[in-house]
Design a protein around this ligand. Structure first.
Ligand code: FAD
Length: 408
């Protein structure tokens, strides 16, 4: 049997034309869309599911990790903070089974620096509410939203994406734009457009996070809690065992999903069937993979570069795993060397494997999303964009760029 079959070529209708198109409606895509729109760009957000939030909502990763450095200093601002506050606008969720604290009131207005030093600026939110609130925010601000739409190809000419090919209920069509943001989490658009990418060689452990109703409350069960990079792993630890998943193969993702479902069922039934105090409340509708494929960009940031000043910083993040480190994120981690009008945001920016574990989390995705969306609104050639112009726009939007600007 032949291993390939020619697909008939065809002309497809152009279904839209925008200044900025963002692929993927996770946290990075949401931040990118809001930022681009706030710069006045005609902006489209394309999402293959019928829900915004990506892993944070459909994936039930409902813990907004810290905006602070763990030493009492807030380091991530702008949309990272705005989205955290939006996520808990109507209340916090009770802590999951690994968290004793879901929100520290000291981080609200009037909180004392002493109290902040001991607690991190993080929150556990309701995934369903957050998804709806994000959707309403985007619509209010005039972002066009296309659900149920997969980006499945790119027409590249002279080092620029001319059009995206999309598939949805209406069939196949093309979308034109001046600039594009890959917020797919898996660098799908970078891959489709022929930009340099890299994969997470170690692969992902099986994660099966779900919500159950127990003890009169909604509780997050975090099965498959950690996927620590090799360099931090203890010999003989749980992290060393078990199958690894690349997250980039359809058959493998299907097997991961079935294995995750089986885990959830077994875990739930281990405490009996349904009772007034025991119910399976919510399972993820997207695979819970952390690191898959990323941009191999103009610069690749490493975790050793904490407290390093970068002239082209677009914002800062802390390290969710421990107090102390602060990272300035260079703009060059967002764009590559091949496709002039494409940049990435969120968990697929250009970082080393060790840095990936830090930069993939929700607040960091919002920081890079805001920068990517702002840049996309300002240019059709990311490498040529004046960094001071981008930085001025980010500062105006409330984003400090350098560690030296932080105070307690
Ligand atoms: C098990 C696990 C635990 C985690 N724990 C935490 C935690 O406690 N706190 C924390 O802050 N972070 C945590 N993370 C990380 C965090 O949830 C994600 O890295 C982050 O939410 C990623 O956001 P993103 O927008 O970059 O990507 P994603 O959330 O992956 O969003 C990408 C979006 O793009 C869409 N998409 C993808 N491809 C296409 C396409 N071709 N066409 C159209 N749409 C497309 C997807 O449907 C999705 O909505 C965890 C992750 C996992 C897997």
């Amino acid at each position: 049997m032949a291993h390939t079959i020619p697909e008939p070529s065809r002309d497809v209708p152009i279904s839209g034309e925008y200044d900025v198109v963002i692929v993927g409606g996770g946290i990075a895509g949401i931040a990118a869309a809001l930022a681009a729109r706030r710069q006045g760009a005609k902006t489209l957000l394309i999402e293959k599911q019928f829900l915004l939030g990506g892993l944070a909502t459909a994936g039930l990763i409902a813990i907004y990790l810290p905006l602070c450095d763990g030493m009492g200093r807030q380091v991530s601002f702008g949309l990272a903070e705005e989205l955290l506050r939006l996520s808990v606008r109507h209340g916090y969720e009770p802590a999951g089974d690994h968290h004793s604290q879901y929100f520290c009131p000291a981080w609200l207005e009037g909180g004392s620096p002493q109290a902040r030093a001991g607690e991190r600026f993080e929150a556990e939110f309701n995934a369903n509410l957050f998804a709806i609130l994000c959707e309403q925010q985007l619509l209010q601000e005039g972002v066009a939203l296309l659900y149920g739409t997969s980006v499945c190809g790119a027409k590249v000419e002279n080092g620029r994406i001319k059009a995206l090919f999309i598939e949805n209920k209406s069939g196949r069509s093309a979308i034109l734009a001046r600039s594009f943001v890959d917020a797919s989490g898996d660098a799908d658009l970078c891959h489709l457009a022929g930009e340099h990418t890299a994969t997470f060689a170690q692969g992902n452990v099986l994660a099966s996070w779900y919500f159950q109703h127990t003890g009169g409350r909604f509780a997050l069960r975090m099965l498959g809690f950690a996927d620590i990079p090799d360099k931090y792993k203890q010999p003989g630890s749980e992290a060393e065992k078990g199958r690894r998943y690349t997250g980039l193969d359809a058959q493998e993702l299907s097997e991961l999903t079935c294995a995750s479902h089986a885990n959830i069922l077994a875990d739930f039934l281990s405490k009996g069937g349904i009772s007034p105090d025991h119910a399976l409340a919510n399972i993820a509708t997207t695979p819970q993979v952390r690191m898959t494929r990323r941009l191999d960009g103009a610069y690749t940031l490493d975790d050793a570069q904490m407290h390093t000043a970068f002239e082209d910083s677009i914002g800062m993040i802390g390290d969710w795993r421990k107090p102390g480190p602060v990272y300035e994120l260079p703009y060059r981690t967002l764009y590559g060397n091949r496709i002039a009008n494409l940049c990435s945001a969120g968990r697929c920016i250009s970082v080393t494997d060790a840095m990936w574990d830090i930069s993939r989390v929700i607040p960091a995705c919002a920081v890079t999303g805001q920068a990517a969306g702002t840049a996309a609104a300002l240019t059709g050639n990311f490498a040529a964009l004046s960094v001071p112009v981008l930085q001025a726009a980010l500062r105006k939007a409330g984003v400090p760029l350098h560690e030296g600007e932080l105070f307690r």
